[in-house]
Design a binder for this molecule. Structure first.
Ligand SMILES: Nc1ncnc2c1ncn2[C@@H]1O[C@H](COP(=O)(O)OP(=O)(O)OP(=O)(O)O)[C@@H](O)[C@H]1O
Ligand SMILES: C=C(C)CCOP(=O)(O)O
Length: 225
């Protein structure tokens, strides 16, 4: 879990389901993000966020200029988050997913800034999911991937299970009409593909963010290694 920078970093993705209402275009949950930011400031963290009802909404519309609209939506969402950190006097630095490399992350950390990386779109229209970014970073830093969402964990037979070892019993229960990166099923598929142990938990209660960053097992632990 350590790094050449001498700190133990945690890798946390603030899911679009948490920071926005995924069914209402351009709905940002400012109060929740403010509360989360106040927890995060006590940790060495690498932050990622998803597209929610900003990027997914724009990318899902069959209109022209998808790349431009999606970039604008994601930059708007990222800017809202940056402003909250700045208001709380916490030094952060954005890294759009289209420019994401581990070296870029390291450079931001070396300058004592918190990297805030986000899902994005490429010039050719391909989408880069924040889930891939989160798992790539977690793998590099040999740490767990922490996914804060708007559900208690992975729900199987109406209950959030504490441990998930395979996709066998998983059924999707609710999907967003706008999601362009495959939702929770695709998240789980990638976790097993990357072989990165992950925690999927309810970030609506900021105390859960504190617990997850502290290494406590809450929500669903996905054992993928
Ligand atoms: N069996 C299930 N267990 C848990 N969540 C489920 C299940 N089936 C569907 N979901 C939905 O998955 C959503 C979370 O997954 P999703 O991939 O949308 O999260 P996210 O990372 O927050 O979003 P984004 O990709 O916008 O960042 C929840 O809002 C939940 O309604
Ligand atoms: C929809 C866009 C542009 C980003 C998708 O990232 P994700 O929400 O992390 O899957």
């Amino acid at each position: 879990m350590g790094s050449k920078l001498g700190y133990v970093y945690r890798v946390l993705k603030l899911g679009g389901s948490l920071i926005t209402n995924k069914n209402v275009p351009f709905s940002f949950n400012e109060e929740l993000v403010t509360n989360v930011v106040n927890v995060i400031k006590n940790f060495k963290v690498i932050l990622v966020h998803g597209g929610g009802s900003f990027g997914h909404y724009e990318a899902s519309l069959s209109k022209e200029n998808t790349q431009t609209r999606t970039v604008i939506a994601m930059q708007e969402l990222n800017l809202k988050i940056l402003k909250i950190f700045n208001k709380e006097n916490i030094p952060v630095f954005p890294l759009p997913g289209r420019y994401f490399t581990i070296n870029q992350v390291l450079e931001i950390l070396q300058n004592n800034l918190i990297p805030i990386i986000y899902g994005d779109i490429l010039p050719n229209g391909n989408i880069i999911s924040g889930d891939d970014i989160t798992l790539t970073i977690a793998k590099h830093f040999h740490t767990e991937a922490l996914f804060a969402t708007d559900v208690e964990g992975i729900i199987i037979n109406n209950t959030a299970v504490s441990l998930l070892k395979s996709l066998d019993d998983f059924r999707e229960i609710r999907t967003s009409q706008f999601d362009v990166t495959g939702g929770i099923r695709e998240k789980l598929r990638k976790i097993f593909q990357y072989k990165v142990n992950s925690l999927i938990f309810d970030g609506r209660n900021p105390t859960n963010i504190y617990y997850a960053l502290s290494g406590k097992r809450i929500g669903t632990f996905v054992e993928a290694e």
